[in-house]
Design a binder for this molecule. Structure first.
Ligand SMILES: NC(=O)c1ccc[n+]([C@@H]2O[C@H](COP(=O)([O-])OP(=O)(O)OC[C@H]3O[C@@H](n4cnc5c(N)ncnc54)[C@H](O)[C@@H]3O)[C@@H](O)[C@H]2O)c1
Length: 309
């Protein structure tokens, strides 16, 4: 009898808390969540030498954060350091680090801990794309993509998560992609890395949640194409539903999601609808929609990031 009462009580508590969480989410749809203060936080951005990484650095500089910039491209990273200083950052540190090399990640991470302190916001942003059809893609390029776009996330978490747990304070940001939500032809290896990055970040969110490490937040970002040059030559057939995003807009939304501690950010919003459709529509209908949206041809004109002279 008492065990029956216990299970009824458990169910009522579960239903009450679930209802509250839904109402809370609806409330924050109407009234934006307050933004957290990141002044003085140590923010590490991988791939800070260009594109989103550089723009994120600029924004965090304006918010008074301490910046730790990582990039394999020393010169580009130094440029970001310079622009971050001009934007008002007083403490900015640039480290040359090839994130595809596990030992290098651990070595530079140790250096950061000694020279700067415990990283409290980790942004795994560095990324590359081969842009080739699977059978045309050399094995070493595919391995490199996996190393940079996914495995680097494992090594940076290993390096910086323990201090976050010890302080019960931290934020893990994964820059995945819409290609981490749906498979795309001509992007098989890239999609695999972005699905992996998303799966890892989501699992680690669940792990920190289950361990009641409430001070550790996660944000997973899945954007469609952004005009940074990485997907140069790619097109969209439906710019109203799937526009190629402006980098400043994308970074504004990413910063907003981090400051409001949102778990998922898909850009543009139409991606939420695509995910909803994907969950129940017949595959054939899904392929018709993909065809209608021109998805099968988005990579046709791909030329990719231009090499700097
Ligand atoms: N641009 C887009 O359309 C788009 C769309 C969705 C997701 N993303 C993702 O956003 C992130 C940033 O992309 P972006 O558009 O700013 O590209 P970008 O090419 O402008 O910047 C990527 C940066 O990563 C650095 N990098 C590359 N390999 C590295 C390595 N081994 N170690 C350290 N740094 C390395 C590069 O030097 C460069 O500075 C990537 O993860 C990308 O996959 C981009």
């Amino acid at each position: 009898m008492s065990s029956n009462l216990e299970s009824v009580k458990d169910m009522l508590v579960f239903l009450g808390k679930s209802l509250f969480s839904i109402l809370e989410a609806l409330f924050f749809q109407l009234i934006p969540k307050p933004k957290k203060n990141v002044a003085g936080e140590i923010v590490l951005i991988t791939g800070a030498g260009s594109g989103l990484g550089r723009l994120l650095a600029l924004q965090f500089a304006r918010l008074g954060s301490v910046l730790v910039l990582w990039d394999v491209n020393k010169e580009a990273n130094e440029e970001t350091l310079q622009v971050a200083r001009e934007a008002g950052a007083t403490r900015v540190y640039a480290y040359t680090c090839d994130c595809s090399q596990r030992e290098e990640v651990y070595r530079v991470a140790d250096q950061v801990k000694k020279e700067v302190g415990d990283v409290s916001i980790l942004i795994n942003n560095a990324g590359i794309v081969t842009g080739k059809k699977f059978l045309d893609c050399p094995d070493d390029l595919m391995e490199k993509s996996l190393d940079v776009n996914f495995k680097a996330h494992l090594w940076t978490y290993k390096a910086f998560l323990p201090a976050m747990i010890a302080n019960n304070h931290g934020h893990l940001v994964c820059i995945s992609s819409s290609a981490g939500l749906v498979g795309v032809n001509g992007l098989a290896d890239y999609c695999a890395t972005k699905f992996a990055a998303l799966g890892f970040a989501e699992s680690m969110f669940v792990e920190t949640f289950a361990e009641k490490q409430a001070g550790i937040k996660t944000t997973i970002v899945c954007p469609f194409f952004i005009k940074t040059g990485m997907f140069e030559g790619c097109t969209t057939k439906c710019p109203t539903l799937l526009p190629i995003l402006d980098p400043e807009y994308a970074v504004r939304k990413i910063i907003e999601a981090i400051l409001q501690e949102k778990l998922y950010l898909y850009m543009p919003k139409f991606l939420y609808f695509i995910m909803f459709l994907k969950s129940f529509l017949p595959v054939e209908t899904g392929m018709l929609i993909a065809d209608y949206l021109g998805i099968f041809h988005v990579m046709d004109g791909f030329t990719g990031q231009k090499k700097k002279a």
